[in-house]
Design a protein around this ligand. Structure first.
Ligand code: NCD
Ligand code: ZN
Ligand code: ZN
Length: 427
């Protein structure tokens, strides 16, 4: 028995038109795509009616925090993947800043086992660059790669020593593995709650300067050039970083980059009060930086959109701004936010947005995913593009409720998510 998804709207990337199609899935893979008008042979098969809804390749998020092991009160692989499925994501890449850090094969195996037994979407694990993310000793890249790590990153902190980063890049390059960098120079203001901008000034707060990110981006681009590694910049937030990445790409250096919805949609001037739901790292920057992020995703300087889904508990986020941890959740709001604010407004085509959340990340990280085609895994997302609904954190499947987008009236809500042809979430 197979499964038919009937009457879905598939995006024709050539003309950005939505066309009605029927998709037949067998043994987890897309087996047939039938034109409207042709009567599909549904006898004896399961049928899903997608009448009028968008059927997209499942979204891919190359930057999430699922907190397991060690911080299960914030999120688990079970709740994190549920949250992902609800957001229409079928593949997510997990950051290693758990407790313990994913810096050895035992911890990596633990994550893989949990993903296998409790995860409802595909989970790809990153491993740390340095032991305990302390920046002192490199982890065992060879062993971690062999066990299934897809790249190396100390996300959460910057690798402070240029020599350490260079050694890591040489090693990763020799193994054909990417280095993924959280860019933050700790000799500049570090740990402040907001950017060095209007909000900081108004409230008499110290601010994190743009250079603390961009100095690492510039340094690492030079090191990537010297080592030949595939270097990927995490959560780009400043116009200076964009400038450096743009130039590096022009020079043919192997650099790729990601941006988060919040850095495309919010600036420090939007922060309403001293509220930790607006605190994340990197922080919301100035309106000029937001403009630069939009330009950079539009011209291809930034390759993909990621959420940096970073759940924290209610109690942690209720602390005063300086004490509260950095991070906001993102999986359940990413697509509706971007669809409503960029596609509905006519700034982007639907196919542009979907590419940045499917094909592009798959391309950059060599994943066999991100496209609806015969023979591909049936990782699919069915999205209602019409119904308008307000963001309500009490409905999140994530344990985290920490979002600045509460109450935003959005369209483009996923209604059903399939992984390998199985419905893993349905509203
Ligand atoms: N982005 C955040 O604000 N927080 C992340 C760490 C990180 O991505 O650097 C976290 O682990 O909570
Ligand atoms: Zn980070
Ligand atoms: Zn992160």
């Amino acid at each position: 028995m197979g499964t038919w998804i009937l009457n879905g709207k598939l995006l024709n990337e050539k003309n950005n038109e939505l066309e009605t199609r029927h998709i037949y899935i067998e043994q987890g893979k897309i087996n047939q795509i039938v034109e409207d008008g042709v009567q599909p042979q549904t006898d004896g098969h399961e049928c899903i009616d997608a009448e009028g809804k968008l059927v997209s390749a499942g979204f891919i998020d190359m930057h999430v925090h699922f907190r397991e092991p060690g911080y299960e009160y914030k999120e688990t692989i079970a709740t994190g993947t549920k949250s992902a499925a609800k957001g229409g994501f079928t593949t997510v890449a997990c950051m290693p800043n758990t407790r313990p850090i994913v810096d050895d094969v035992e911890t990596l195996q633990f994550v893989l086992d949990k993903a296998e037994t409790e995860g409802i979407v595909r989970v790809l694990p990153y491993a740390a660059i340095t032991e305990n993310e302390l920046g002192r000793d490199l982890t065992d890249f060879e062993a971690l790669k062999n066990k299934g790590a897809i790249g190396f990153t100390d996300d959460g902190v910057g690798v402070q020593s240029a020599q350490m980063m260079k050694d890591a890049m040489y090693k990763a390059a020799a193994m054909n593995m990417p280095v993924i960098a959280h860019c933050e120079d700790n000799t500049l203001v570090v740990g402040a709650a907001v950017t060095d901008g209007a909000f900081a000034k108004k409230h008499g707060l110290k601010g994190i300067p743009n250079e603390s990110e961009a100095i690492h981006v510039g340094r690492d681009i030079l090191l990537a050039e010297a080592t030949g590694v595939h270097y990927h910049v995490c959560h780009v937030s400043t116009e200076q970083s964009v400038r450096l990445i743009r130039q590096a790409k022009e020079l043919g250096i192997k650099v790729t980059a990601e941006v988060c919805p919040h850095h495309l949609l919010l600036s420090d001037e939007d922060i309403p009060a001293l509220d930790a739901n607006w605190k994340m790292n990197p922080p919301l920057r100035t309106p000029k930086d937001v403009e630069a992020m939009i330009e950079a995703i539009e011209d291809g300087t930034i390759d993909m959109i990621v959420t940096d889904h970073a759940p924290h508990s209610e109690e942690e986020k209720a602390q005063e701004l300086q004490r509260a941890p950095f991070g906001i959740v993102g999986l359940e709001t990413a697509f509706p936010l971007l669809y409503t604010k960029f596609v509905k407004t006519g700034k982007w085509t639907l196919s542009f947005l979907i590419q940045k959340m499917t094909e592009k990340p798959a391309d950059v990280f060599n994943l066999d995913a991100g496209k609806i085609k015969i023979g591909a895994e049936a990782d699919l997302t069915i999205v209602d593009l019409e119904v308008s609904q307000a963001v309500d954190p009490s409905t999140f499947l994530s344990k985290g409720r920490n979002t600045p987008f509460t109450g935003w009236e959005l369209q483009g809500w996923p209604v059903k998510t399939l992984v390998a042809g199985k419905v893993v979430w349905s509203n």
